[in-house]
Ligand binder design. Structure first.
Ligand code: FES
Length: 89
């Protein structure tokens, strides 16, 4: 799901029992990752524009045409609340 944290758009992913948060920006050409499919088994999210895949845990680009990681943010779950701490890189 797409969420806003301190005026920044973040894609919050719930997969295999864990939460992950990435910048909602594909590093290839700015595509919105929140519109792309998540592959929980492979732990990736795909950009809907040209298909680059990113590791949902680290933000690393795992397939072309993206070559640079998107930013992964810290996630903490307390009870039924999910907290995202923004990271710079
Ligand atoms: S904008 Fe994401 S793969 Fe091109």
């Amino acid at each position: 799901m797409l969420v806003e944290v301190d005026d920044q758009l973040i894609v919050l992913i719930h997969a295999a029992g864990h939460f992950y948060a990435l910048d909602d920006v594909c590093t290839h050409d700015g595509g919105p990752l929140s519109d792309g499919p998540v592959d929980a088994a492979a732990a990736t999210i795909a950009c809907p524009r040209h298909g680059a895949k990113f590791d949902i845990k680290s933000g690393a680009a795992v397939t072309m045409p993206a070559t640079k990681a998107t930013i992964a943010h810290e996630v903490k779950v307390e009870g039924d609340k999910v907290f995202v701490k923004l990271c710079d890189s």
